[in-house]
Design a protein around this ligand. Structure first.
Ligand code: DGY
Length: 421
């Protein structure tokens, strides 16, 4: 495959083609709705062409916020036959039909970047004033509903909530979830090769969980108590923590002292608890299976995200930097989603090995914060090689750099505009 420079105009063209009027689909066909964390990262691409359009991405997303503050991971704005499971399967039809789980809380961080670096200050002040209450309610929801005992570590109820759906880190916890007893037809395999997507055994359990929330009337108490999948997801915890830090800065800028005090307390609880997830052996933080009550030993890109959150002490940061240096040396195309030494590593299959550009960007931000600029820049060069080799795919084979999953992908285009170009 020949490398060619990044074509920024082509990246903007992808955003325009994926625009459905106020929100951007991740890609045509495979993902025909608004996904939460895709949308937040995509807004950072939009801002370089049209700041008003970037703010709109957030406004439309927050229109789908639940009364309890939850921001769903999918908003089904319009019908589409090309995706499964759709709104009828989820059954959450109050307001804009949606899924019943959330996704990594990148919104506060992305909106803070959008706000701080905005050229149109009046617009930024106005939009941030409108969005801030919803953002606060969203973070309050995480701490209130997903950490009811105040441990400092929020719990996740679905692999899809991690955004890293098919990560080998979830295998054992997911294997304990019952399977459904009804037939269904997947749509993803009509768009993408089966060896780049999850297996049926996983889908049978993903769907059991979707059904479980519906059967329980989306009741937070019942789900917290009985959900057969409960994991402390280090990626989700780290991204939430960094988001809360950015949200506190926004609250301070907008004179919301009571909110920033409360959110600081939430952060302090996480900082006090995070040591529980550190592994000397693995030289990173680990996910934790709450039901089995044991750490999950897989090293994935999530396990170094505490760097991005500022949750590591200096020694832990140094250990993770050494790990990342070796990891980067062992792959040809930036940091693979699963460490190549894992027996479950597959370089082309969804979250089991391929490279995701936005995750490499988050890790690079963390490295910079801890003063490892040179390594952060190496990740940027390595990530750029993916796009130069294959274009704007959803993810990239960690060994060949071949494009995998959906093509003309919004967050890849956005990261290319915002970070790589
Ligand atoms: C999918 O369907 O693969 C999505 O990632 C779920 O959010």
């Amino acid at each position: 495959m020949n490398a060619s420079p990044i074509d920024v105009q082509a990246a903007f063209e992808i955003l325009r083609n994926n625009d459905r009027g106020g929100y951007t689909v991740p890609t045509h066909g495979l993902y025909p709705f608004q996904w939460s964390w895709d949308s937040a990262i995509t807004a950072l691409g939009w801002r370089h062409a049209d700041e008003a359009r970037a703010w709109e991405e957030a406004e439309v997303m927050f229109r789908g916020q639940w009364d309890n503050g939850m921001l769903p991971h999918i908003l089904f704005h319009k019908d589409a036959e090309t995706y499964f499971p759709g709104p009828d399967v989820w059954g959450a039809t109050d307001g804009i039909p949606s899924s019943a789980i959330s996704q990594p809380a990148v919104w506060a961080t992305c909106l803070r970047m959008l706000y701080d670096e905005a050229k149109d200050r009046d617009l930024a002040e106005r939009k941030m004033t409108e969005l801030l209450p919803g953002l606060i309610r969203y973070h309050d929801w995480w701490y209130r509903e997903r950490d009811r005992d105040g441990t400092g570590l929020v719990v996740s109820f679905h692999p899809w909530e991690s955004g890293m759906d098919n990560s080998p880190a979830w295998d054992d916890a997911l294997a304990r979830v019952p399977t459904i007893d009804w037939e269904y037809q997947r749509r993803d395999l009509g768009h993408v090769d089966a060896d780049e997507r999850p297996h049926k055994t996983e889908y049978d359990r993903y769907l059991y969980l979707v059904d479980f929330y519906k059967q329980n009337g989306f009741d937070s108490d019942a789900i917290y108590r009985d959900c057969p999948y409960r994991v402390l997801d280090i990626g989700l915890i780290a991204i939430l923590h960094r988001g809360t830090r950015d949200l506190v800065a926004l609250c301070d800028a907008f004179d919301r002292k009571a909110d920033s005090d409360r959110l600081r307390d939430d952060m302090a609880r996480t900082e006090a608890a995070i040591g529980k997830l550190w592994s000397d052996d693995r030289r990173c933080f680990l996910n934790y299976d709450v039901i089995a009550d044991e750490p999950i030993e897989e090293v994935t890109t999530a396990t170094v995200l505490p760097l991005y959150a500022g949750l590591a002490n200096d020694d832990q940061a140094q250990e993770m930097v050494d790990l990342i240096r070796e990891w980067e040396g062992a792959t040809s195309f930036a940091i693979s989603s699963t460490h190549p030494s894992s027996s479950r590593y597959e370089p082309q299959r969804y979250w089991r090995g391929p490279v995701w550009l936005h995750i490499n960007w988050l890790i690079a931000l963390g490295l910079k914060d801890y003063g490892y600029e040179e390594l952060a820049d190496r990740l940027r060069v390595a990530a750029r090689k993916c796009v130069e080799t294959s274009g704007f795919f959803e993810y990239f084979d960690a060994e060949s750099g071949a494009g995998c999953g959906g093509d003309d992908f919004s967050w890849t285009a956005a990261v290319a505009i915002n970070w790589l170009a």
